[in-house]
Ligand binder design. Structure first.
Ligand code: IPD
Length: 309
C-alpha cells in the first residue's frame, strides 16, 4: 500500500546515501594511495579483460543486501555481484517485490578515478521499476524517484532539470541532439557484433561523410560516460537527449528506468538512430537487454512551470 511504499522509498534513499559514502571513501583511499582493504582494491577480471570487479563492488553489495534482508526479509534481491557468483536461480523478475542493485555502476571509471560512478538501487513491484535511487558520490548527485512522487535531484530539484518547460525534441532527431551510448563489455571483433553496430551508428550520426551529413543528420555530440545508470539519470535530467545500449543487465537499468519514467521520459526497446523516425515505441521490459531512452519531450510535470508562473 501507499504508506508502505513511502517507507520503502525513504529506506532506499538512505541506503543509497550510505552505500555512496562507502564508494566515496573507497575511491578516496585509492586516490590517496592508502593501504588497507580499500586502498589496496585491486580489480579482478570476470567474463573478459574489460569486465571488472573490485573488493568495493563486493563489499557494497554485501552491505546493501544485508540491510535489505534485515528490514524486508520477504523481498527478493538481485545484485550484479551475487549474480556473477552463480545465484541465478533468484534472478528472474516476476511479480514478487524485488530489489535490483548495482553496488558500483561504472566500475572501470571507479578503477581509473573517472568521476562517473554510482550506486544504483531499484525496487520493482509487479515487474515494474517503481523506486529508483542513484547516487554518484564524487559528483554529489543523488537521483531518486517513486511512482507518483516525481523524480528528483538531491531531493530538492525536480527532474527534468533543464529548460522548464523543456523544449520538444528536435523534429529531425537525432540531428541536433546529445546522444549517449556505451561501449559495453562485448568487444568481439566481428562485423555482426554489438561493438561494430555501435561504432557504425556513431559514425552514421556524427560524421559528415563526403560532404554529406550522416544519414540521420549530425548529432551535436556523442557521449560515453561509462555508466549506463548515470546515462539514464542524465536523460531524466534533460541533459542527454537520447541514450542507447544493447547488452545491459537489469541492475544497470532498473533504478534509471524508474527515474526516467517518473520524469516523463521514455524507455523503449529499439535500435539506435539513424532509425529514429521509424522507432517502434514498444515499452521496454526488464530483461530486454536492448534499450533506447528518450528524454522528457514536453513541459515538465510541474504545473506552475507549465503555466509559466
Ligand atoms: C557497466 C557500465 C557500462 C555499460 C555496461 C555495464 P558495471 O556496468 O554501466 O557503461 O556499458 O553494459 O555493465 O560493470 O560498471 O557495473
Amino acid at each position: 500500500d501507499a504508506a508502505q511504499l513511502d517507507e520503502i522509498y525513504a529506506f532506499a534513499v538512505q541506503l543509497g546515501k550510505d552505500a555512496g559514502r562507502m564508494l566515496l571513501e573507497a575511491a578516496e583511499a585509492r586516490y590517496n594511495g592508502l593501504s588497507g582493504a580499500n586502498g589496496d582494491d585491486a580489480h579482478v577480471e570476470k567474463m573478459n579483460s574489460v569486465d571488472l570487479v573490485t573488493q568495493t563492488d563486493e563489499d557494497v553489495e554485501a552491505y546493501i543486501k544485508d540491510q535489505i534482508s534485515h528490514r524486508y526479509p520477504s523481498h527478493k534481491f538481485i545484485g550484479e555481484e551475487t549474480y556473477s557468483k552463480g545465484a541465478s536461480k533468484d534472478y528472474l523478475i516476476d511479480d514478487e517485490p524485488t530489489w535490483c542493485v548495482d553496488p558500483l555502476d561504472g566500475t572501470v571509471n571507479y578503477i581509473h578515478l573517472f568521476p562517473m560512478f554510482c550506486v544504483s538501487i531499484g525496487f520493482i513491484v509487479n515487474s515494474k521499476p517503481t523506486i529508483g535511487v542513484i547516487y554518484a558520490p564524487f559528483l554529489k548527485q543523488l537521483f531518486s524517484s517513486c511512482t507518483g512522487k516525481g523524480a528528483w535531484l538531491n531531493e530538492s530539484q525536480r527532474l527534468p532539470l533543464m529548460r522548464n518547460p523543456i523544449p520538444p525534441m528536435p523534429p529531425n532527431a537525432p540531428k541536433g541532439c546529445v546522444f549517449a551510448c556505451e561501449w559495453g563489455k562485448d568487444r568481439r571483433d566481428r562485423p555482426d557484433s554489438n561493438l561494430h553496430r555501435k561504432v557504425e551508428s556513431f559514425v552514421n550520426m556524427a560524421a559528415e561523410i563526403g560532404g554529406r551529413e550522416g544519414k540521420g543528420g549530425m548529432v551535436h555530440g556523442v557521449r560515453s560516460l561509462g555508466s549506463a545508470t548515470l546515462d539514464l539519470a542524465y536523460v531524466a535530467m534533460g541533459s542527454v537527449d537520447i541514450w542507447w545500449e544493447g547488452g545491459c543487465w537489469e541492475w544497470d537499468v532498473a533504478a534509471g528506468i524508474a527515474i526516467l519514467q517518473e520524469a516523463g521520459g521514455l524507455v523503449t526497446t529499439a535500435n539506435p538512430p539513424p532509425d529514429f523516425e521509424t522507432v517502434k515505441i514498444e515499452e521496454a521490459r526488464l530483461g530486454s537487454r536492448l534499450y533506447l531512452a528518450i528524454r522528457p519531450a514536453g513541459p515538465s510535470g510541474d504545473e506552475s512551470a507549465r503555466q509559466g508562473q
